[in-house]
Design a protein around this ligand. Structure first.
Ligand code: ADP
Ligand code: TYD
Length: 208
């Protein structure tokens, strides 16, 4: 437990169902009378939402991986200071759609091995880890076709293609082993209700 609140994150490849499940979990916990802050990265505070546009729109080659690590970490620092920490200090449940594990994967693995750099900057500027991370695992081709079905302008990472999604899936599963104390892996290749039932079971156990 962090302070008096609980810090929950969803991770997984694009289109795995994180946003859908985060929203449903927030509704479930609110119906139980809990105070919930539902937020996302990159973004979650006004300044970080501005950085979101810089990193998610435009050409895939727009930034180097190193510059991206700085941008995502700057956004995360602002999000932490202004949204996450005040909510946890007030005893709320914070549900965040992606967090530092996404930087460990996308910036840490997509263009060479920069995981060490991601971890060093995290230790310097962020420090905090979630209390519980729900990894929604699924087949990358299905995930990518779901993500493409959304038709937005935030497609920079989807445009890196299916090979990146495959490497991200394997990377997330390895990360779940590395941080097995806080990670739970959920099979996302099922209907939304079945996935949501697993999510609520795991979170209710953590809250008990
Ligand atoms: P993410 O946030 O991981 O990218 P979303 O929750 O936005 O994923 O889901 C991507 C798309 O797939 C959305 O159109 C959503 O309605 C759909 N979707 C989510 N979960 C499922 C599921 N279990 N089965 C089928 N479609 C799903
Ligand atoms: P998101 O809006 O969660 O996309 P999706 O719903 O498709 O999963 O995140 C947008 C993209 O940002 C996603 O492709 C992963 C990427 N990303 C990083 O590369 N590094 C990060 O630290 C974060 C938080 C996201």
């Amino acid at each position: 437990m962090t302070g008096q609140g609980l810090f929950l994150t969803f991770e997984g490849i694009d289109g795995s169902g994180k946003s859908t499940q985060a929203r449903r979990l927030a509704e479930f916990l609110r119906a139980q009378g809990r105070e919930v802050v539902l937020t996302r990265e990159p973004g979650g505070s006004p300044g970080a939402e501005e950085i979101r546009r810089l990193v998610l729109e435009g050409d895939p080659d727009r930034w180097s991986a190193e510059t991206e690590i700085l941008l995502f970490t700057a956004a995360r620092r602002d999000h932490l200071e202004r949204t996450i920490e005040p909510a946890l200090d007030a005893g709320k449940v914070v549900i965040c759609d992606r967090f530092a594990d996404s930087t460990r994967m996308y910036q840490g693995l997509s263009r060479g091995d920069l995981r060490g750099l991601v971890d060093r900057l995290h230790a310097l500027m962020i420090k905090r880890e979630p209390d519980l991370t729900l990894l929604i695992d699924m087949d990358p081709d299905t995930g990518l076709s779901r993500a493409k079905g959304r038709q937005g302008s935030e497609e920079r990472f989807e445009d890196f293609g299916p090979d990146l999604q495959r490497r991200m899936r394997a990377g997330f599963l390895a990360l779940a082993n590395e941080f097995s104390d806080r990670f739970r892996v959920i099979d996302g290749g099922r209907d939304m209700d079945s996935v949501a039932a697993d999510v609520t079971d795991i979170v209710m156990q953590a809250l008990r």
